[in-house]
Design a protein around this ligand. Structure first.
Ligand SMILES: Nc1nc2c(ncn2[C@@H]2O[C@H](COP(=O)(O)OP(=O)(O)OP(=O)(O)O)[C@@H](O)[C@H]2O)c(=O)[nH]1
Ligand SMILES: [Zn+2]
Length: 225
């Protein structure tokens, strides 16, 4: 089962944009196990890591940790690997013919670096220009959160958010900027506490300098986390 050739970029997560470079690399058998079966297996793996580190799993503070971590992985911090968690983004007709960009800024972002499994903490800012459809504001926050709840690199996360909003809204005119701290850079390794990482994806009209500038002016990138 653990062969690398089982790992593919596939539409296993139910993405409608099939086979783009921004797909999360998933095994072809990713959904053979139920969430409960995954929790059961991961619990044993966490217990094994802790025991290997020399920890006493009979201690009453530690004995619940394997199950706690397994549940947290499957249901919380990696919950975005389950396509049934994908937000159903309700859309509405742009009856009022609002023609300017809409910016949802300072969306709180908690993700996990796929290289070290350490937190990524920051802000996402998304914008779109309607082509006849508008989306409920909170759905943009939900889409950010869904894709953040996976092992991620920030570049891919930024692209996945834009591609999903483009699909929901039926327009290329979508942009996303993420400014985030990676604890793998801040708390270990190089231990640079101050640095953060900015990524952006500008679709359609946002490739135009003036439109992009307007978006960047709205979000004033000196965001505090
Ligand atoms: N491009 C990109 N790199 C990331 C992201 N998150 C973490 N990384 C980097 O992934 C790299 C993994 O490099 P390795 O050399 O294999 O890991 P390492 O030995 O732990 O590296 P150090 O962090 O430099 O100690 C590190 O440079 C991380 O900073 C991300 O979202 N995007
Ligand atoms: Zn990392």
């Amino acid at each position: 089962m653990n062969t690398d050739n089982n790992i593919q970029n596939i539409d296993a997560l139910g993405e409608d944009h099939v086979g783009t470079s921004a797909d999360t690399p998933m095994r072809s058998d990713a959904f053979v196990l139920s969430p409960e079966e995954k929790i059961d297996l991961i619990k044993d793996d966490v217990r094994h890591i802790m025991e290997t580190l020399g920890l006493d799993l009979t201690d009453d503070s530690l004995k619940g940790t394997p199950m706690r971590v397994a549940k947290m992985f499957v249901k919380e911090i990696f919950g975005g690997l389950s396509p049934d968690r994908k937000p159903n983004a309700s859309t509405f007709e742009n009856k009022y013919k609002y023609g300017e960009m809409l910016v949802e800024k300072n969306i709180t972002l908690y993700s996990t670096c796929e290289h070290h499994l350490l937190p990524i903490v920051g802000k996402a800012h998304v914008a779109y220009i309607s082509k006849g459809t508008v989306v409920g504001l909170s759905k943009m926050n939900r889409i950010v959160d869904y894709y953040a709840k996976r092992p991620q690199v920030q570049e891919r996360l930024t692209m996945q958010i834009v591609q999903e909003l483009q699909r929901v809204l039926g327009t290329d005119d979508v942009a996303c900027v993420i400014d985030a701290k990676h604890l793998c850079v801040n708390s270990r390794g190089i231990r640079d506490v101050e640095s953060s990482t900015v990524t952006s994806e500008f679709g359609g009209a946002f490739k135009n300098q003036d439109t992009r500038r307007e978006f960047l002016d709205y979000i004033k990138l000196d965001t505090h986390f």
